[in-house]
Design a protein around this ligand. Structure first.
Ligand code: CP3
Length: 348
């Protein structure tokens, strides 16, 4: 497998099963508001979705953190809510308020969704991937992504972000057939969207299950694990060299252990995960990615350097990709990101 690889990329090496002396590094939400150059392009684009759907601009902001920090992977600038938008839902991003959708509450709302993703919405994403892929050096990998069906469904049902995903959990309990039908649609849409991103030049894909942590174990199996298994199995059948990372934020170690039995290349860990336990129970099956608390990166100082070292030591010699435990926050000082890059790449 390794001799066929087009890219001598540390990030891809780890996903392919080879630990590196210093862990490859990227950050979730690395293209974003903590960067002045992002804020400039964002202001020029006006609307967040316009930025997502303009390939030149999306490609530009994808490359900004690579130019500034030399991360080992770029992640295409887009959003998990592009999928419901391309299924025909009305999606808006209101300044300072987060996403708003017209919620799906019944069968008629589900039936109104498109079966095939609207090319006018998804083609610009693939075009942006194509552009970025042409501009990256061979050492820097490109990541495509989507939201996991469960997480995307929570926004489609509530019409917005909520604290405990009550509306989606309630629909799953009151009308499991309707909820299953929505998940089925999202499974198909995710397979199509991830496959097309790989075709356009993504070297790996990440599936963000940001709300995996609010479900009881049986519901996790039904609404997170099973849909992910279908996506991963289909993607492997259509794209033999697909590299797939799942990020089940908030999931228990037991739940992640069950996930690790899927044919995944990597699992993302949030900052609450006990690394010793993760090392014992996950690293023989998959690469692990994480797991610095984004607040530590804001606070900086000695605790930041100590935690970076502790993460490196805890995963030394394993297939480890250094990342945050969730997205970087807008108020993060650039100097702290510079410190992170220095400390992650320092020889131990
Ligand atoms: O990681 C990257 O740099 C790539 C781009 C990316 C964005 N969103 C850009 C974005 C990725 C991978 C996402 C994923 C995403 N989007 C998730 C899963 C990861 C997570 O954070 O849990 C979720 C739940 C969403 C939905 C979403 N998009 C929300 C809830 C919000 C509002 C909150 C916020 O951070 O503002 C967004 C908007 C969004 N997506 C922004 C960015 C850079 C900020 C919008 C802006 O620039 O005005």
């Amino acid at each position: 497998m390794s001799e066929l690889r087009a890219k001598p990329s540390p990030f891809l090496n780890v996903l392919d099963g080879f630990p590196q002396d210093t862990p490859p590094l990227w950050m979730m939400r690395q293209a974003g508001r903590y960067l002045p150059e992002y804020r400039e392009v964002r202001a020029k684009a006006g609307d967040f979705l316009t930025l997502c759907y303009t390939p030149e601009l999306a490609a530009e902001v994808t490359l900004q953190p690579i130019r500034r920090f030399g991360f080992d992977a770029a992640i295409i600038f887009s959003d998990i809510l592009v999928v419901p938008h391309a299924m025909g839902m009305n999606v808006r991003f209101e300044a300072g308020e987060g996403p708003r959708l017209d919620p799906i509450t019944d069968r008629a709302g589900l039936e109104a969704l498109r079966l095939l993703l609207d090319p006018a919405k998804v083609q610009p994403v693939y075009e942006a991937i194509n552009k970025v892929s042409a501009q990256l050096s061979r050492e820097t990998a490109l990541i495509g992504f989507c939201g996991a069906p469960w997480t995307v469904a929570t926004y489609m049902i509530a019409g917005r972000g909520t604290d405990d995903q009550g509306p989606a959990r309630m629909m799953a309990l009151r009308d499991p057939d309707l909820f299953q039908a929505l998940i089925d649609r999202l499974v198909d849409a995710s397979i199509a969207h991830l496959g097309a991103q790989i075709d356009a030049g993504a070297d790996a894909v990440q599936i963000f299950d940001s709300w995996a942590g609010v479900l009881d174990p049986a519901s996790f199996d039904r609404w997170c694990l099973r849909p992910l298994r279908r996506i991963v199995t289909a993607l492997r059948a259509s794209h033999r060299n697909a590299r797939i990372i799942a990020f089940p934020k908030g999931a228990s170690l037991e739940a992640m252990e069950r996930l690790a039995h899927l044919p995944l290349n990597g699992i993302g860990l949030d900052w609450t995960v006990d690394r010793t336990a993760a090392r014992e129970r996950l690293v023989d099956k998959v690469a692990v990615q994480g797991n610095l608390d984004p607040l530590r990166l804001i606070a900086g100082g000695a605790q930041l350097e100590e935690e970076i070292l502790s993460i490196r030591n805890d995963f030394e010699g394993t297939r480890h990709i250094f990342n945050l435990g969730h997205g970087i926050k807008p108020e993060t000082p650039l100097a702290h990101v510079e410190k992170l890059v220095e400390k992650v790449r320092e020889k131990l």
